[in-house]
Design a protein around this ligand. Structure first.
Ligand code: NDP
Ligand code: GDR
Length: 325
């Protein structure tokens, strides 16, 4: 039997690397779209590079997407590429809109024109709920985004639904709450905290400057969340799903768990730095993942505490290796 073929945009990112591993374990042939960079940034996929095919393309370049789908003919497309860092979206709002919003239309247009039977996954975000209208948030909670990033994601979400309704595409939108891992970018708060904790423990740093300590997030493990993406495309009907743990924790709790894992008191090290405050904040996110649980049979397997401890452990190991400690 011929293998199923999946294409991932954003394969060099956190989720792309876990999704590629997962699809390989399901015996897929995996094609990853990478944009041209002057320095290679394949750190997250280095270990599977011989098992996947990397092709050059960009969400800003419609022609490249059409050419890739025509040549590789995947059955499933996972659109994970985005300018995904919320603070950067205030610095580069137009660019964020081009990639994170219009980029989705470019991929959908390529699917529609090349092969409308392709199953499509869009990486939507809990940032769309922003100043939340309801607690917890479900698939029907109204959106109130609070950043150019959140607004771009609302566009991506609705264009996905519109292509499903207009052209009968099998297009799904996963509204994923924050998910983290040892492969998370260093600029996001979980990884920033675990990386600093490891550095402080090893005597390489003395302080951790943070922004808002009161905001609350529903944090899960990225390895669990990529399974939900795949499950959405295996259903009989395309639909949208909220994916999260149903628990919420404040940034200060994240600090407490991470520092206490290495026997330190977070209050001795964390400082508040106005540089990391946002022009408009999302105060509280917490999911109601019942639909994903019942329809997809999806459950998260890693708890908040396990996640943070896994990340601190990994940062300690990595730093020790880098510095021959
Ligand atoms: P990352 O920031 O780690 O990865 C983003 C990926 O997009 C990278 O591979 C990046 O490539 C690629 N990319 C950026 N711009 C372009 C472009 N113009 N053309 C092609 N590729 C591009 O994000 P995550 O893995 O954390 O998230 C994956 C997706 O899920 C994103 O869309 C994000 O917005 C969304 N999301 C994430 C959540 C989370 O908690 N992680 C929660 C909800 C949604 P390069 O390596 O070259 O920069
Ligand atoms: P978020 O993640 O904006 O939710 O977007 P991030 O980890 O950046 O922020 C979470 C919360 O922590 C507060 N915070 C800080 N954040 C950062 N980055 N750095 C700090 O020093 C700091 N101090 C406090 C923030 O104010 C915020 O409230 C992530 C991204 O992955 C998006 O792409 C994705 O869509 C959403 O999660 C769901």
């Amino acid at each position: 039997m011929t293998k199923r073929r999946a294409l991932i945009t954003g394969i060099t990112g956190q989720d792309g690397s876990y999704l590629a591993e997962f699809l390989l374990s399901q015996d897929y042939e995996v094609i990853g779209v990478v944009r041209r960079t002057s320095t290679i940034n394949f750190a997250r996929i280095q270990h599977i590079q011989d098992d996947i095919t990397l092709v050059s393309g960009d969400l800003l370049d419609q022609g490249s997407l059409i050419a890739i789908l025509s040549e590789y003919k995947p059955q499933e497309v996972y659109n994970l590429a985005a300018q995904s860092f919320v603070p950067a979206s205030w610095k580069q709002p137009v660019f964020t809109g081009e990639v994170t919003a219009l980029g989705v239309t470019r991929v959908l247009e390529a699917v529609r024109t090349v092969d409308p039977t392709i199953r499509f996954y869009q990486a939507s975000s809990s940032e769309m709920f922003g100043k939340v209208r309801e607690v917890p948030q479900t698939e029907t909670t109204p959106f109130y985004p609070r950043s150019p990033y959140g607004i771009a994601k609302v566009y991506g979400h609705w264009i996905t639904i519109n292509y499903r309704e207009s052209y009968n595409l099998f297009a799904c939108s996963g509204i994923l709450f924050n998910h983290e891992s040892p492969r998370r970018g260093l600029e996001f708060v979980t990884r920033k905290v675990t990386h600093y904790v490891a550095k402080i423990k090893l005597g390489m740093e003395t302080q951790l400057p943070l922004g808002n300590l009161d905001s609350k997030r529903d944090w899960g493990y990225a390895g669990d969340y990529v399974r939900a993406m795949w499950l959405m495309l295996q259903q009989d009907k395309p639909d949208d799903y909220v994916v999260g743990t149903g628990e919420t924790h404040a940034v200060r709790e994240l600090c407490e768990v991470a520092f206490s894992y290495v026997g330190l008191n977070w209050e001795d090290y964390v400082t508040q730095d106005p540089r990391f405050m946002r022009p408009a904040e999302v105060d509280l996110l917490v999911s109601n993942p019942n639909k994903a649980r019942h329809v997809l049979g999806w459950e998260p397997e890693v708890s908040f505490k396990q996640l943070i401890e896994m990340m601190v452990e990994s940062d300690l190991e990595q730093l020790k290796k880098e510095h021959n400690l």
